[in-house]
Design a protein around this ligand. Sequence first.
Ligand SMILES: NC(=O)c1ccc[n+]([C@@H]2O[C@H](COP(=O)([O-])OP(=O)(O)OC[C@H]3O[C@@H](n4cnc5c(N)ncnc54)[C@H](O)[C@@H]3O)[C@@H](O)[C@H]2O)c1
Length: 337
Amino acid sequence: MNDVRVGVLGVGRIGQMHSELIARRAEGASLVAVYDVFEESAQSVAAEFGARAAASPEELINADDVDAIVVCTPTDTHIDFLVASAEAGKPVFMEKPLSLDLSEVDRGIAAAQAGGISVQVGFNRRFDASHKAVRDTVASGQIGEVQMVRITSRDPAPPPISYIDGSGGIFLDMTIHDFDMARYVTGSEVVEVYATGAVMVDPAIGEAGDLDTVVVVMTHENGAITTIDNSRQAVYGYDQRVEAFGSAGMVASDNPGVTTTSKRTATGSAGSTIPYFFLDRYIPSYLAEWTDFVAMVRDGAPSPVTLHDGRAPLVIGLAAWRSVHEGRPVKTKEITP
Ligand SMILES: NC(=O)c1ccc[n+]([C@@H]2O[C@H](COP(=O)([O-])OP(=O)(O)OC[C@H]3O[C@@H](n4cnc5c(N)ncnc54)[C@H](O)[C@@H]3O)[C@@H](O)[C@H]2O)c1
């Protein structure tokens, strides 16, 4: 069977990683073209991975030798590229978040429907084997009726302030993964959000209008309650844990160690450090995204992470910001485009 020939838009931090996975490791996909406004990046990624640097995004999207488009550009450009790909009738892999603006998301969804294209959104944590096992255990009924989900998600260090400015703040940039995880694990939509937060890590984050330490409590349609805690700075690494508790038991994912070494002395015990950040922890999950993308594009499998799955966490994130600003629980149905 022929490979899905992929073109990547935006080869910064995440676009370079996806380019490498597609070119070197993903089964059934090959990298044919990349485009970046920073031409040098495009040239060097293209040269490294045996692809060509396209002259423009339009040229890449409409090229005869490109079957599918991967959008890894800054968030505010995502929907324009989705619309252009839909007009070209080509399937798309979209990095999260779809946009910071709900009406823009709806414009993208309308265009994708009109173009009849399939789209996969880059919520990679669904593809992490440990978190997926939590979800599969819940879905199988082994822990009975799910009553609570607890998600801890802490970065090792905050991003530069320049990044925070265009990111939509912690809820739309970082917690959005956890909002997706909550929906994924419970299989139930979120109906109410109460969020609170503080600036404990760096005052400059507060001056930029953001928070670096947050807790979110959410109620799902099925009555389950999810709590999320985030910090922009966990000095011990990238802390990623999910626990589901139900009427017949619990199931949890923990952090893997960097090594399997454990040490015991007269004064105590110690284990390994945990992975430092997302590229250290989640490469297998990003690779697994490509397996499903190939199945979707080549074999007509359903999208594993749909545009609806991309839209719902944005609604939750907007509700979280409103909750912080107004100091009250916010129903997700209050959030409209
Ligand atoms: N799923 C994940 O775990 C994950 C991780 C990191 C980033 N992301 C998402 O990926 C997107 C990119 O993030 P990043 O960290 O790689 O950012 P980045 O700034 O490192 O990379 C963005 C790249 O896009 C290029 N660019 C800017 N405007 C462009 C345009 N109009 N056309 C083509 N190229 C353009 C920039 O020159 C840069 O090389 C964001 O939406 C971010 O939220 C997802």
